[in-house]
Design a protein around this ligand. Sequence first.
Ligand SMILES: [Zn+2]
Length: 389
Amino acid sequence: MTDPGCDPKAQNRDRVLALLFAQGALSKPQLSQLTGLSMPTINTHMRDLSDAGLIEPGEMLNSSGGRPALSYRINPAARLAIGVDIHRDRLNLCVVDLAGQAVHFRAVDEPYADTSEYSSRLPGHVERFLQDCAIPRGRLLGVGITMQAVTDREGLRIIYSGIVPTAHFDPAPLSERLGLPVRLCHDVKAAAQAELWLNPGITNGVYVAMSEHLGGALIKSHRIEHGRFGYAGSFEHLTLGHEGRMCYCGRQDCLETYCSNEALLRGETPEAFFAALREGGDPSHMRRWDDYLGMLSRGLYQVWLLLERRIILGGELACMLEDEDVARIEQMILRYCTFTYGDRGIVERAVVLRHAAAIGTALPFLAAAIPEQARPIEAWPAADPNPTN
Ligand SMILES: [Zn+2]
């Protein structure tokens, strides 16, 4: 959307749009009342927003005492963005709308390779996906790529990739072929962004990705916290063990080495592992689960002690958690604690449990189409030549 800057007309149009984002459906008389703008002015803004495809008529609303009035709401399909989630063994693609929902999804059997050929094949997969979904190109705002690599705040470059090599990965062919901006996002921060958008009750929190690899992201004042150099929240490299296990980061006994999928599942799928665990017949599954939770809760205790923010469990394994598991993790953390916190819950399961990273990496493009006062998350920042924090 155009920058309203100091243009009063644009500012008022954004106030109308922000109210529709925040409240869902409102009639013109309600918008007039809430903004203090006259009905003719509201009519002008609504016509502009309708011409831009951003709003659509909704239900008739019964106003107290007055005549029923037609409501208007955001048209979520008015703007779309693409999420590309690069995995070691596949590619997950999705199209996300202004409501933060993945309206189309596709898993592609394309194992990642750190080669220029892989980067050259990416645009073809995305183009076929868009064609099959019949996505109008004019509605697309950009492509977010996410992978197991830490990126800079602006999403322009990878700053750490200890899990997968990325020296030859190049997003430029995708941007050139689609004619769209492309940004990169750490998969854990992307998943946390999806949670932040779709779980509006979160102000501050620690997002924990219980996935192939353990990961963390910090949420502070409705924003993802990057820290001074971009690595804030990486609690998976807390050194807590004593068994000399090698971490992909090159150090020994990081929490990751005890709380990765490999450490827990030993080659089983999460579904098979948890089916065996719930049946309760195999002591090996129970012991591995106890060990996993024991180390995870030790790590989360340190995080809780330092930050005292709600702990949100997301990622592949969070899909398998039952309420009793979440309560157990909380009790294990609290058992370590010096202080008492009453019966207020400190651990919860994420709201977005499927395709969170693919959705989350697309969202900053959509945030840019929403007036700043109603944005669920931040839009991509402009490149900063002199970052300070
Ligand atoms: Zn490590």
